[in-house]
Design a binder for this molecule. Structure first.
Ligand code: ATP
Ligand code: MG
Length: 418
């Protein structure tokens, strides 16, 4: 029988790499805490409707990327393609934002999209996600953008570009939408097939098209800033002033959209030159109408999602520091078979004292055990003499010096020597 492989677009994160992932998540987790965000754990599958309504029928995600199936009870279930809709559902369902309360929530985990796998694009990928719910003002947008920048600063990513835009609101966007339809309609012959279908359904998405010809047309499209209502204009100015106050540089891109009705005002992305085509390491924005789209009372929100797989790629490429790879500090070697039991007892004693330790459990020779011990700080050696005297020989593997001490002092000795 042929061996079974992992499905296309998924991959195993093996021990040689997984400790680096832990480093990134721990760094993000600490930053979230410093910004007052609490962790929330969410289901990985939800009712399909949450995403069709919460992400939007006309998005690539809902149109062609979701892993949707019927469960054994005949319900339509979808593996989450993103986290924002789930966070909003949880906030509504658990009354986290009633009577003017706000909630700052973060989570991380796998997301699923049926896309063409390539560098920085997988079918199961990982996001760190932060959402600030219940606050309509621009300071919340600034806080969220600052949070994402701070995570990358702590991780040591270099040459990032923060790109922002405003996509207006339900009051001013219809006017802009109409202007876009008229403009793109007069350039129909230069648009790709997909954009032709977007023309009536979601013309804002044409602005986002990666096709060079569409991009060229989009560059000449009417400027959204001319269509923004006073409220959106003011909000955008406040976001920009807030970012400048904190000393951030950013660029404006009128073609950056979250092409959906629930997204309002701020849209932003953080790009890395190290990535090539898949260059966004994080994306986010404001979504004041999402809660009503998924059937709740009005809860304004702003957040971002950061693509962990891509952050990892950039960090590797830029030689960023991941801290120290965790390793075994003490190896307890048994000189002969009779000492194996005592070796395991001492190892467990060390572990209870939070000293990363190991002993052989596979029947290796003493020589083979000492070879492994060579990579540790200390080797504890137990043979017949040591057992007879209830003692242990401890060799400092860096200096080569060796002491023989009472077994009951072993933990204290190692803790004291570090
Ligand atoms: P892209 O334009 O690259 O498809 P997107 O707009 O679909 O990105 P978002 O939905 O905003 O992405 O998700 C936020 C982040 O998640 C992205 O900036 C990216 O870093 C990451 N991401 C999205 N899709 C994938 C994927 N298939 N594989 C790996 N990372 C992804
Ligand atoms: Mg995408």
């Amino acid at each position: 029988m042929a061996a079974i492989s992992a499905p296309r677009g998924t991959r195993d994160i093996l021990p040689a790499e997984s400790w680096k992932w832990s480093y990134i998540i721990n760094t993000a987790s600490q930053t979230m805490r410093d910004f007052g965000f609490s962790e929330i754990h969410l289901p990985i599958f939800e009712h399909t409707e949450l995403f069709s309504r919460g992400v939007g029928e006309t998005t690539d995600i809902v149109e062609k990327e979701m892993y949707t199936f019927e469960d054994r009870g005949g319900r339509s279930i979808t593996l989450r393609p993103e986290a924002t809709a789930g966070v909003m559902r949880a906030a509504i369902e658990n009354n986290l934002c009633v009577q003017g309360a706000s909630a700052k929530l973060w989570n991380w985990g796998p997301m699923f999209r049926h896309e063409r796998p390539q560098k920085g694009r997988y079918r199961q990928f990982y996001q760190i996600d932060a959402e600030c719910l219940g606050i309509a003002g621009a300071m919340a947008d600034v806080e969220v953008i600052a949070l994402s920048i701070e995570i990358f600063r702590r991780l040591g990513l270099k040459n990032l570009e923060v790109v922002i835009n405003s996509v207006g609101c339900e009051k001013c966007r219809p006017v802009y939408r109409q202007k876009l339809i008229e403009y793109f309609d007069s350039h129909k012959d230069e648009l790709c097939e997909t954009c032709l279908t977007r023309l009536e359904r979601n013309p804002l998405r044409i602005l986002d098209c990666k096709n060079p010809s569409c991009g060229h047309v989009a560059d000449g499209a009417p400027d959204i800033y001319d269509s923004l209502c006073d409220e959106c204009k003011e909000h955008f100015a406040e976001v920009r002033a807030g970012l400048e106050r904190l000393g951030f540089t950013y660029t404006l891109n009128k073609r950056l959209v979250r092409g959906l009705d629930y997204y309002t005002k701020t849209a932003y992305e953080i790009l890395s030159g190290a990535l090539g085509a898949q260059n966004a390491v994080a994306g986010g924005g404001r979504y004041d109408n999402l809660s009503s789209a998924v059937g709740g009372a009005k809860i304004p929100g702003v957040g971002f999602a950061c693509g962990l797989d891509r952050v990892m790629l950039v960090m590797e490429e830029q030689g960023c520091d991941f801290g120290e790879m965790p390793k075994t500090e003490v190896y307890v070697a048994a000189l002969d078979d009779d000492a194996r039991g005592a070796a395991q007892i001492l190892t467990y004693e060390l572990r209870k004292n939070k000293i990363a330790s190991a002993c052989d459990t596979a029947g290796k020779s003493f020589k083979a055990q000492m070879k492994i011990a060579g990579a540790c700080k200390f080797a504890c050696i137990i043979g017949a003499d040591e057992i007879a005297n209830n003692a242990v020989s401890i060799k400092d593997m860096r200096s080569g010096s060796q002491v023989n001490i009472s077994m009951s002092d072993a933990v204290k000795y190692i803790l004291g020597r570090d």
